[in-house]
Design a protein around this ligand. Structure first.
Ligand code: ATP
Length: 290
């Protein structure tokens, strides 16, 4: 079984508070995009194992896809295993949720294979034990997320725009970003108040906001360089996704996005550029067999 495992972007990410555990409370608008890893499952082997073609992704039980399979079999009370092979397209530790998406793909794939023993809600609860973004990837539709990311509400108001992603070629540790966050200096609260986000009319020209962006940009000024380059080349808006460092630009049509890609390729050859579509509600679930 081969499963497409998409990346996500955060169009809005407000950190609302710190919790006693390692997590923060947040409010986010998230959308899957058409940049995919491929997760292959070979079910019915004795022991679960994982392999990945990317050198920075672990091939042991710390791989989120492995952890998902392990938990699935424990809950199913079955002594089976699955051989998982991951082909990476999504940049790693880049704010695009690749590992969480791979975990969601394993949950959905195994659930299908065993005849849907678990409901979507049950799968999302299991997903939350693996990582805060996993329930969103199981949910699969554009959504607002609150709590630590597990309280999901479909967001129907997203216009399907073209995306140009710029991964500046280095990874960022999510834990380190949250450690350096000063909640008093965050700014998305005001935007949220001013925006029509809750009424389903997100506008990329004025509502994009990420409380983690300033933390990462203060250490890596290239974040601002990329944003300016995207806006100079016709993006309606540009923002760092999640804990970065990937920055995305939103474009009204694919022609404009392609032209920007060509222009940016020439400006810095360490930047990795990807064109993608937003996966909106009309597309249904984003995780599907190839
Ligand atoms: P986060 O959820 O921490 O915000 P991210 O979207 O920025 O993550 P990921 O690509 O998910 O980044 O990788 C984060 C870390 O998780 C990597 O450094 C990697 O070592 C580890 N990891 C574990 N399993 C996977 C996986 N299947 N794919 C990618 N990374 C994984």
């Amino acid at each position: 079984m081969k499963i497409l495992s998409p990346a996500k972007i955060n169009l809005f990410l407000q950190i609302t508070g710190k919790r006693p555990d390692a997590y923060h409370d947040l409010f986010s608008l998230m959308c899957c995009i058409g940049l995919y890893d491929t997760v292959s499952l070979d079910v019915g082997v004795e022991e679960t194992a994982v392999s990945c073609d990317h050198p920075h992704v672990p091939e042991d039980e710390t791989n989120l896809a492995f952890a998902a399979a392990d938990l699935f079999y424990k809950k199913l009370k079955k002594n089976d295993g699955v051989k998982i092979a991951i082909q990476k397209q999504i940049p790693v530790a880049a704010g695009l949720g690749g590992g969480s998406s791979n975990a969601a793909a394993v949950f959905l794939g195994l659930n299908r294979y065993y005849g849907d023993p678990f409901s979507m809600d049950e799968l999302m609860s299991m997903g939350l034990l693996i990582g805060a973004d996993v329930p969103f990837f199981i949910f699969g539709k554009p959504a607002t997320a609150s709590g630590i990311g597990e309280k999901l509400k479909v967001y129907p108001g997203l216009k399907k725009l073209k995306i140009l992603l710029v991964f500046p070629g280095f990874s960022v540790s999510t834990a380190a970003v949250y450690k350096n966050l000063n909640l008093r200096l965050t700014k998305c609260k005001k935007k949220l108040k001013d925006s029509l986000l809750d009424k389903g009319s997100f506008d990329p020209r004025c509502h994009l906001c990420n409380d983690l962006e300033a933390v990462v940009a203060s250490k890596y000024p290239v974040i601002n360089t990329v944003k300016t380059a995207l806006l100079d080349h016709g993006a309606l808006g540009a923002l760092m996704s999640g804990s970065g460092p990937t920055v995305f630009g939103l474009f009204s049509d694919s022609d404009k996005a392609s032209k920007a890609k060509h222009a940016l390729v020439r400006s810095d050859d360490t930047w990795h550029l990807y064109l993608a579509d937003m996966i909106t509600q009309d597309d249904g679930y984003s995780i599907s067999d190839t």
